[in-house]
Design a binder for this molecule. Structure first.
Ligand code: ZN
Length: 226
């Protein structure tokens, strides 16, 4: 299992550090892409250009900078991932007033309530037994079925896009037993977090993503784990 409790928060800190280097144009492209995906729409270079009133080349350049720091993942001219959301058929559905989207992982899903500043519903499954997991909330979540735990893999496994390497194993489980059994079977290194701990991580990663002032303020909420 993990060496240090701060191990998994390093993922988020690294991502944030590179995000701070983004300019206002990149930030507005990122925010619009995330908002479109919240409604289940895959943004493209063309739609972003039209909606922001920016040249296609400027949008393409901004997306390249965002992809370089793993804030988005492109598939040709289409945005495939704009964290916390993805167009991939992953099992974490997030329903808000914008529509239904898919989150990259359990942590990303748990950060979207604070990010969208509204109560959301998360529909997922236990990665071990496929039991349905339904959560409702904004900054803290109530389970309507089972109160799950979240498995977070060790951060030294990151190579390339988080959406491809750590997100697929950052999942919900019915309970610690299902989490441990599955992690053991997959020989996955990492830690099991309570719903509250996982929500704290998700909020620290995405809580202020859509606030237009956050890039300038430089304020960063500390990640409290225990
Ligand atoms: Zn289960």
């Amino acid at each position: 299992m993990m060496k240090s409790e701060e191990d998994e928060s390093r993922i988020l800190r690294t991502r944030r550090k590179t995000e701070q280097a983004l300019g206002p144009r990149e930030r507005s492209v990122q925010r619009l892409a995330v908002r479109a995906m919240a409604g289940g729409r895959a943004p493209t270079v063309e739609t972003l250009s039209r909606e922001l009133g920016l040249q296609v080349d400027a949008v393409r350049e901004a997306l390249a900078s965002l992809e370089a720091c793993d804030c988005v993942v492109m598939d040709g001219d289409r945005v495939r991932v704009a964290y916390p959301f993805t167009m991939d058929p992953v099992p974490h559905e997030v329903t808000s007033s914008h529509g239904t989207a898919r989150a990259n992982c359990a942590i990303d899903a748990l950060g979207t309530g604070a990010m969208l500043a509204e109560e959301i519903e998360i529909r997922s499954v236990c990665s071990y037994c496929s039991a349905s997991i339904r959560l409702r909330g904004r900054e803290s979540f109530k389970a309507t079925t089972i109160g799950p735990v979240v498995f977070v893999p060790a951060s030294d496994l990151i190579q390339g896009h988080a959406s491809d390497c750590v997100c697929p194993s950052t999942n919900f489980y019915c309970n610690e037993e299902h989490g441990r059994t599955h992690a053991l079977a997959l020989a996955a290194r990492g830690r099991l977090l309570s719903l509250e701990q996982a929500t704290t991580l998700g909020i620290s990663a995405f809580g202020d993503l859509l606030e237009s002032t956050s890039a300038q303020s430089g304020e960063r909420r500390p990640v409290k784990m225990e």
